[in-house]
Design a protein around this ligand. Structure first.
Ligand code: 5GP
Ligand code: MN
Length: 342
């Protein structure tokens, strides 16, 4: 990875003295958002900084085992206004695994108005916004966790990695690469993983905690969605699924239960693009998109669902009804197809 050494120097200078640091990550946080935030937090705390990690909303129950996750402040559940006061007191704000403040949703306004702290971006999404003072933006990096690893190594050397930090970074790396199987991997990532393994992390145990720790309700919901709700378009090459709040209740839904469902249609040989529409509290529909090869769902999400993400994994939102959202998707896929893009 081609890290700009002047930026590493600026990062070290910014954090040369103990500071009050806030680390933020995106709404609907995943293993990479949490792993990279907490790993950074651990390193900075060890160096004497006062660090608070804040997330806009809850993270999935099956990631609660992650070391130090009890330190995460969840803004949506913060009735005491801790988020506001911590942000107001911050001298440095680091945004990890998100490309714009808009992805903080309920926190966006607070960051825009409550603080004059220096803003650092550490991220691997496309199209980073210009709201930051120091930017580490590497869309070619498979995860933010890998980028954090490279920054920490360049700034402080591999000796800052202990087993806790390595476990956190490893979770970020596997969750954003399908356990090192997606096309975003490269030899450097495996070398980084090797450094993490040197600390003695238990890889099979981490794998089981991340991938084999769901509820029975989730397994049954998954069966229902694939069997009853998966539809295909364009001769079976494009798939989509939907999930209403009513259906979620029928399967004792817990937040995070439908994560990963959108990937499954891509295991069908012909399918090159997949979408999942899920109703959310707050009256909108979350749109998740995945693709194979040169089908660009980042552009699709930006163009049709006011979203973004990566080339093969992106998301957005719809404020229409489920029927209208699906009709809009079908028409959009048609248009994309007519332009030769899917
Ligand atoms: P997921 O489908 O897992 O929610 O999201 C897939 C990818 O798209 C993630 O990298 C996520 O950050 C990005 N993404 C999801 N929703 C949005 C959105 O509303 N706006 C933008 N810009 N990116 C999104
Ligand atoms: Mn990520």
């Amino acid at each position: 990875m081609n890290l700009d050494l002047d930026k590493i120097k600026a990062f070290k200078e910014l954090l040369a003295e103990p500071k009050r640091v806030v680390i933020l990550s995106h709404t609907n946080p995943d293993g990479d958002a949490i792993g990279s935030s907490l790993a950074l937090s651990q390193v900075l705390q060890k160096q004497g900084h006062t660090v608070n990690c804040i997330l806009p909303n809850r993270f999935p129950y099956y990631l609660k085992w992650m070391p130090c996750s009890d330190q995460l402040i969840i803004h949506a559940q913060d009735k005491l206004g801790i988020t506001e006061s911590v942000i107001a007191a911050a001298e440095v704000v680091i945004c990890a695994d998100m490309s714009s403040l808009a992805r903080l949703e309920s926190l966006t306004e607070i960051i825009a108005t409550n603080t004059t702290a220096k803003r650092v971006l550490i991220d691997h999404h496309l199209n980073p916004s210009s709201e930051f003072d120091l930017v580490f933006s590497f869309p070619e990096s498979s995860s933010t966790a890998y980028l954090v690893y490279e920054i920490l190594k360049a700034a402080y050397g591999c000796q800052v990695l202990d087993q806790t930090i390595a476990s956190l970074l490893y979770v970020g790396m596997i969750t954003d690469t399908g356990n090192f199987a997606f096309s975003n991997i490269n030899p450097d990532l495996f070398r980084a993983a090797a450094d993490l393994l040197e600390t003695g992390i238990d890889v099979p145990e981490i794998y089981n905690k991340v991938y084999n720790s769901f509820t029975e309700g989730r397994a049954r919901l998954f069966g229902y969605v694939i069997n009853r709700k998966m539809k295909t378009l364009l001769k079976g090459t494009v798939a989509y699924m939907s999930l209403t709040e009513d259906e979620m209740r029928r399967f004792w839904f817990q937040q995070g239960d439908s994560e990963g469902f959108v990937n499954y249609p891509l295991s069908i040989k012909k399918v090159k693009m997949s979408a999942m529409f899920s109703e959310q509290q707050g009256g909108f529909i979350r749109v998740s998109l995945r693709s194979h090869g040169n089908v660009d769902v980042n552009t699709f999400a930006r163009r049709y669902f006011n979203g973004g993400g990566h080339h093969n994994a992106a998301g957005g939102k719809s404020f229409m009804t489920m029927e209208q959202t699906i009709a809009h998707y079908i028409a959009s896929v048609e248009e994309y197809h007519n332009e030769g893009l899917v």
